[in-house]
Design a protein around this ligand. Sequence first.
Ligand SMILES: NC(=O)c1ccc[n+]([C@@H]2O[C@H](COP(=O)([O-])OP(=O)(O)OC[C@H]3O[C@@H](n4cnc5c(N)ncnc54)[C@H](OP(=O)(O)O)[C@@H]3O)[C@@H](O)[C@H]2O)c1
Length: 299
Amino acid sequence: MNILITGAKGQLGNELTKILGEGTSELGALPLFYAQSKVVPVDADELDITDLPAVLSFFALHTPFLVFNCAAMTNVDGCETNEDGAYQVNALGPKNLAIACEQYGSRLLHVSTDYVFSGTGNRPYGESDVPSPNTAYGRTKLSGEMFVTSHCSNSCICRTAWLYGYVGNNFVKTMLRLAREKGSLAVVSDQVGNPTCAVDLAYQLLALGASTETGVFHCTCNGEPVSWFDFASRIVSDAGLEVPVHGCSTAEFPRPAKRPAYSALDNNRLRATIGDSMRDWKVALDSFMEKYLMMERMQ
Ligand SMILES: NC(=O)c1ccc[n+]([C@@H]2O[C@H](COP(=O)([O-])OP(=O)(O)OC[C@H]3O[C@@H](n4cnc5c(N)ncnc54)[C@H](OP(=O)(O)O)[C@@H]3O)[C@@H](O)[C@H]2O)c1
């Protein structure tokens, strides 16, 4: 059974590739379903998902049974100034994969975002809530979701949020760097969401991939939704840094893309179907920080 991972050099793609290669993760063993699988991890340099003929040729050669689409343009502000480019990767890319999956009888697990929601509510969004994105990133990701649903009958949309992993840049690494460089940090305290570790998401996606479920799933780490300020405070404390962290408002930290104020997600459908293995965000972060700091020391 061939398993295709697109965007394999990114945070999530890298973690999925690693867990599948090792056959286990810190959350437990993988489903037996993956025992005889051959993993084909590719990034844009080997398979550009915006190129439909290339995608179809790749499927003809490898005929994946299961596809995890982790490829995306994730620079939220970059998408705002290049919505056409973002549409190519975040909307037409998943459409191409969905067309190929339908043609080859493959199952598609497509990853999406909390930013498909406007963020004007005050309770976590469920899977049946109506998306209404504020940003080019959110709009293009929502188009990708719609293409996947309409072109591939055996597909899941997995929305996640505030993702961090061992490779690439993310909020955790940025806060660590800034905390070490500066004497204090100012972090927005009026945007609320779910910090989510790529380790947890990869493990949950593999469980979903092994199931027969289809449709939209929310997949974020559990625990009370928190602000970027709360998230940063825990990162600094886990790193043992004596650096004061101050809350500030979104208005004090203007960005090209208007982030949702409250984009927390509720993993309702996971709990009601295959089970929710996502840890509390604090437990997942503490474990990540311990390993990441050890990796830094060993470099
Ligand atoms: N990061 C977050 O906070 C966050 C939050 C919510 C949802 N998500 C979603 O979670 C998924 C995984 O995110 P991530 O943080 O792991 O992303 P990431 O680290 O930015 O990785 C995305 C990968 O996709 C590759 N890629 C870009 N264009 C491509 C193309 N045309 N064809 C093939 N590959 C291409 C990128 O290559 P280059 O680096 O060379 O461009 C990169 O290796 C995405 O669907 C994202 O929208 C992420």
